[in-house]
Structure formats: C-alpha cells, structure tokens
Design a binder for this molecule. Structure first.
Ligand code: CTP
Length: 413
C-alpha cells in the first residue's frame, strides 16, 4: 500500500482507521483495489484509477460523515443501504457497512442485512475480488483471504465462490470474462462449467444491467478479447442471436482506437458491435438493452448509412455531393462506416467528410451579405447555400471570391 497508493489517500485511510478504532469499528480495504495491489497493477502506479472500496464492521455512513466533516470531501450517503461515497479530487472512497446478502430468486436484487467481513466477502463474485486488507491499527496491512484469492491470482484463475454465483447474479458471467481477458487469466474448470450452464440466467436480468456490463467491457483496453470469448462461450448469442464476435470485430475495434480518444470509444464500439445487424434486429436489441436515445440514434444511423454506402462507390463525386449525402448522419455513424466499409473509395469519401467537408464554412455572413444588397430571408438563404457549395467544391477560396460570386448572383435575380 505504501508503495502504490498516493500519499493523500494513504493519509486519509490512516485517519479513517483511527476514527474507526475510536468508535470500536473495524475497517478494511476490499475488492478490486486489493486484487490490483497484489498484482502490482501498473495502472495503480500511474495513479489513473482510484476507486477505493472500504468495508466497515459497524456504521459506514456515520464514519463517512465524520471523515467528510474534516474538510475537502463531497459526501453522498445512502442510509437505507448503509453506504456512502466520499469524492476527492483524484479518487473516490466507497464506504459500505459489512453486509450479508440473500437472493429470493435468481436475477432478483438481494435482500441485505448487516453482517461481518466474512459475510461480506463470501457474497462476492470471484475469489480474486473477495480479499480484504485490514486497516485496524493492531493488524494494519494484513491480508484477509478466506477464499484463497491470492493463490488464484498466482495461478491466474477466475473462480466463483459458490455454485449459485452466476444464477444469483448473471451479470457475473460478463464480469468473469472481462477479468479473465483483462488479466490474461483463465476460468477455473468448475467455474467455466457453471458459467456455461448459467448462460440461460442472462434472461433473468434487466436489459439495463446487461447494457451496463457491455459498457464496462467497452471500457477495457482491448474489449475485442472479451467479445470474442463471450461469443465462444455462447453468451453473446444469448444476449442477441445476431451478435458476432468474429475477427472483423477485433480489426474494427483496433481501427477505432487509432481514431478516437478513450472516453469516446465505447459509443463507437457499440456502433461497430451491431454493424452486421438488420434494422429490425437492431430495433429489438435497442429496446431490450434500453439504450439511451442519443446512442440509439447513432446506432440506427450506422445501419441506415451502411445501406446507402453504394451511393458513394463512384469515383466522380464532387465534394459537395459527398457532403449532401452525409450531412444528415450522426458523426459516430460516419466513423463506424469509415472503419467497417470494405471499399477504399467509400472509405476515402467518408474520411474526406470527417476530416474536411464537415468543417467547411462560408466566410461571408448574413450582415455582410446585406451590405452587398442581398435581402434577408429566402434569397439570402439561397445565396449562402450556393456560396457553401462553391466553397466545398473549391470554386471559391477567399472572401473576395465569395463577394464576387454573391454579387453576380444578386445581379442575376
Ligand atoms: N461485486 C460482486 N458482484 C458483482 C459486482 C461486484 O461481487 N456483480 C464485488 C466484487 O468483490 C468487486 C466489488 O464488488 O471487487 C466492486 O465491484 P466493481 O467496482 O464493479 O469492481 P472492481 O473490483 O473495483 O474492479 P474493476 O473496477 O477493476 O473492474
């Protein structure tokens, strides 16, 4: 911890641990951060991600309030769930009262009651995520690992803690593969068997939860690895029979990374993910996953454009023709098609639009046109359109050219 966590976080953790001792509570670092500390994950060292989970044997919300009172943090407490989030500049601390969970039926949200650290660890998904580090002064820094998570880390295995794990919460099917592929691990034999058997349980969870898991997959460095594996395991087919995880996905996702900044990638991945769909299949998929309106629009546009790409498969198109064909489409849809299209000519036109044509503007504005004697209203609209088209096609290149053209147009009318 001393080596890998930033100083401010360490100081805070020590302060929390002192407060906990004063109130006779015990606090532990749990989940992903423990796993990553043991792995000495480089992303920890570069300080890129610091979502830190703490479990409190006691009252997490009260403890979080005490910590928040000392200053700098923003507190968001959920008394009903016994959880609180403290947000600092570079990291967030999620504090939760140790809990015991029971599932009334597969796919249902669990019933939660206060419990011990042991209860809290056994309810978790995989052994590598079910370890804790004590923050109490008498055993500060000691690993609590009742399910041999450290051994599994060393053996590179993803292993569930209970046979019902996937049926209790089928999102874990996607989580298992995400960790397996991120870490270069393997599903332990029995876990792989349970996962395949549990695939049908994906029908028990809401589309929102499936979408969220896919968003997490698309947040990975190389999501195509998880997508390919999910396809092999029959998971994609269960989510939608039309989803594919073949080689073209890997190639397209790789191209997407060269084109976009990481924060913008997940939406583009979604557009590429459904590229082989028909429009009605996409409608079903969007409805099932309850996709947000903006992204749904981009995904629909992706297919609409795919079906009209043949119009761009001609060598003699003027830039303005390319512009008018493409201007109504969502930028993501154009990017997805630029990546997926197999015709080099189509690709060139799409790139031309993305890098140049969409930014082309006239130099003259309405006020300046008025001064040239062109009246506001439909006439001016028409002149502006002609100037824009001439700019696109390189027939005018300067403001003076535009003036000349505008004057000639007004003389004509
Ligand atoms: N968890 C779980 N079952 C789930 C989701 C989460 O048991 N369906 C537990 C795991 O112990 C996990 C912890 O909650 O470690 C926190 O979940 P999350 O923030 O999603 O994952 P991290 O472990 O922090 O991993 P990462 O952010 O690196 O994916």
């Amino acid at each position: 911890m001393e080596q890998h966590l930033p100083r401010q976080l360490l100081e805070l953790i020590k302060y929390i641990s002192e407060q906990a001792v004063r109130h006779e509570q015990r606090v532990y670092l749990v989940g992903g951060i423990v796993r990553d500390l043991l792995l000495e994950d480089p992303s920890l060292r570069s300080g890129l991600r610091f979502d830190v989970d703490l479990v409190v044997e006691g009252d997490a919300v009260r403890l979080a309030q005490q910590v928040a009172d000392t200053g700098q943090a923003k507190l968001l407490a959920h008394h009903r769930f016994g959880t609180a989030k403290l947000s600092y500049g570079d990291f967030t601390l999620d504090m939760a009262t140790a809990r015991k969970e029971t599932y009334a039926r597969p796919g249902a949200l669990p019933a939660v009651t206060p419990g011990t650290l042991k209860d809290d660890l056994i309810r978790r998904d995989f052994s590598i995520n079910a370890m804790a580090i004590s923050l109490s002064s008498h055993d500060y820094g000691e690993l609590v690992d009742p399910h041999q998570g450290k051994t599994d880390l060393e053996r590179h295995l993803i292993r569930v803690l209970r046979t019902e794990s996937f049926s209790d919460d089928a999102t874990r099917i996607l989580r298992a593969v995400r960790y397996e592929q991120r870490l270069g691990f393997e599903l332990e034999t029995q876990t792989a068997r349970l996962l395949k058997r549990g695939t049908a349980m994906l029908d028990t969870i809401s589309g929102d939860r499936i979408r969220h898991e896919l968003e997490l997959v698309f947040g990975e460095e190389q999501p195509e690895l998880a997508i390919r594996r999910l396809a092999k395991l029959g998971v994609l087919h269960r989510i939608s029979p039309f989803l594919k995880g073949d080689g073209s996905i890997a190639e397209r996702f790789g191209k997407a990374r060269r084109l976009k900044r990481p924060t913008q990638l997940p939406s583009l991945y979604f557009c590429l993910f459904i590229y082989a769909f028909g429009e009605s299949e996409l409608g079903q998929f969007l409805g099932h996953l309850n996709m947000p309106a903006k992204l749904s629009h981009a995904m629909r546009d992706t297919l609409r454009l795919k079906n009209t790409l043949w119009l761009l498969d001609r060598s003699s198109l003027k830039p303005s023709e390319v512009y008018y064909l493409l201007q109504e489409y969502d930028t993501l849809a154009i990017e997805a098609n630029a990546i997926a299209s197999e015709s080099s000519m189509v690709h060139r036109y799409l790139q031309l639009f993305l890098t140049k044509l969409r930014y082309v503007r006239t130099s003259l504005n309405g006020e300046e046109l008025k001064r040239l004697g062109i009246s506001a209203g439909p006439e001016m609209g028409k002149v502006l359109q002609i100037l824009h088209k001439a700019r696109l096609d390189g027939e005018v290149n300067t403001k003076a050219d535009e003036k000349k053209l505008a004057l000639s147009l007004s003389l004509e009318s």
